[in-house]
Design a protein around this ligand. Structure first.
Ligand SMILES: [Zn+2]
Length: 326
């Protein structure tokens, strides 16, 4: 009797469809104009990402260091925190979550090694959390939105499709955003329009700072209102934080989606998620100097920042709070 342990998961993770190339024209190299004054990598928690689960079709998948991190950026338009990590009170967060999602949330509370809360992380950069203009999650899953419950006075800017997911989660109509995250964030949620300038092959988006240094573009698939955020760093490099569009950089390097099992469990629209992976691959092919930053791939954060910390000017007294994004 052959030892079949490990075969069924290999089948499950290995039978995702191969992605075709994107249908859009290749991304244009627009160059870097205005840059942010300061950008900081703040790290909330660490874990290990199973390579087999994160990327389909890999010959020798290796586990990789995984992170829950945020990007704190200061520019002409204010100071913004991109992603907040998981909730400080995970027991509260898991209330109202059922079935497999509840199992994985409970598991996350044991496997993720928390380093600091969002308040501690922001403060560690010399930034007063009260000075934040807004928080902007790449999407509404617990490990990006939940930590923002720790910053209850900070407006949360999200595209309308992601706010709608939160509304339906709060009403018990669907899963995606955990109900208590949705209930905690909805009163201060502000709709982020996506009819401004885009970046590369993304034709529309939102100019966060008003000077082109930070462009938010829609990446629907993982969730309906997922976004990617292109940031021109003070030193002239460009990073593109892509949330969970891919979990590891092999996704865009090899044009591979998440494993079949992971895609079905975590991606809201598997086909749309595949389209985004193909577009990221095309961007990487055309402009390899752009640092594409999967939210959980710690290697990519290390490549961009070296270690948790900041590039650019030290913080100065923040600008007056801006009005809601139009
Ligand atoms: Zn995530």
């Amino acid at each position: 009797m052959p030892d079949l342990r490990g075969v069924w998961p290999a089948l499950l993770v290995g039978c995702a469809a191969h992605l075709g190339p994107p249908t859009e024209p290749p991304p244009k190299d627009e160059g870097v104009g205005a840059t942010v004054a300061r950008a900081c990598w703040v790290e909330y928690a660490r874990d290990v990402m199973p390579g087999k689960l994160a990327v389909a079709h890999r010959g020798q998948p290796e586990d990789q260091d995984s992170t829950q991190s945020g990007l704190l950026i200061t520019g002409e338009g204010g100071t913004f925190l991109i992603d907040g990590g998981m909730a400080v009170d995970l027991a509260h967060e898991v209330e109202g979550v059922h079935g497999l999602p509840r199992y994985f949330l409970n598991r996350a509370s044991k496997t993720w090694d928390r380093l600091q809360t969002p308040v501690e992380a922001v403060t560690s950069t010399g930034t007063d959390p009260a000075s934040l203009t807004a928080a902007l999650p790449t999407h509404g899953h617990f490990d990006h939105l939940g930590g923002l419950l720790d910053l209850p006075d900070v407006p949360v800017w999200m595209p309308e499709p992601e706010i709608e997911v939160a509304r339906r989660s709060a009403a018990g109509e669907r899963e995606g955003t955990t109900p208590n995250d949705a209930i905690g964030v909805l009163p201060r949620a502000v709709s982020l329009s996506m009819d401004g300038p885009g970046a590369w092959s993304w034709s529309s988006g939102h100019d966060l700072m008003g000077d082109g240094s930070v462009l938010v573009v829609p990446l629907p698939g993982h969730t309906p209102g997922s976004v990617g955020i292109r940031v021109a760093l003070p030193d002239g490099r460009e990073v593109f934080l892509v949330g969970d569009a891919v979990w590891l950089r092999e996704g865009y390097e090899e044009r591979e989606p998440k494993s079949w099992l992971a895609s079905r469990f975590v991606d809201d629209d598997v086909d749309a998620a595949g389209v985004q992976v193909a577009r990221l691959w095309a961007l990487h092919q055309a402009l390899p100097d752009v640092l594409i930053l999967p939210a959980h791939d710690r290697r990519a954060w290390l490549e961009a920042f070296g270690s948790p910390g900041c590039v650019g000017d030290p913080p100065t007294p923040g600008p007056e709070p801006t009005t809601a994004p139009g």
